[in-house]
Design a protein around this ligand. Sequence first.
Ligand code: HEC
Length: 157
Amino acid sequence: MKYPSCKTLGTALLLATLGLTPAVASDQAQLAQAVEARIERFDEIDRLFKSMRFRVVTPRHQDLEAAYEYAQAMSQQTQGLVELFDHPSDRSQFRFSKARPSIWQNKSDFDAQMLQMQQQFQQLEDLIAAQDVDAAERLIDQTARSCRACHNSYRFR
Ligand code: HEC
């Protein structure tokens, strides 16, 4: 008679203790990756947005070429960002996440706000490329309000 290896038995025991089948455990690992990735993306967007704003609105430090690069990088960070919210992340398991469960009760509204941010970043690229500083400043303020609006509805403080 052949016995399962200690390792296999150990893993099976651990999963049984957690109340998980291997398939569920790997879904959990994928979800954990998505949660970490979206937080990293938003941290990067935050950093880029502040740098871009500084290079547009501060006359002594104005640098539209640098601002354009930041705007482009922000757009890149939004590629595939909404997909990182495809599955609800349970707060009891992902304590470090500030995503509110209401995201998944109003997913189409959340997705629409995400799309709006993406479009605002693209418009910012265009306005900066056209050196339309006044319009870019107005859109930067409007975009900052979009960040806050979404956080008020869908992010824990
Ligand atoms: C469509 C909704 C939405 C928009 C628009 C949005 N955010 Fe967020 N943001 C979130 C959610 C939800 C989280 C929490 C993600 C998590 O913790 O799982 C978040 C997280 C963050 C974080 C990370 C906070 C932390 O947990 O450390 C930063 C920084 C951030 N956003 C900045 C911004 C900035 C800057 C903008 C605008 C340029 C913006 N966000 C626009 C929904 C949004």
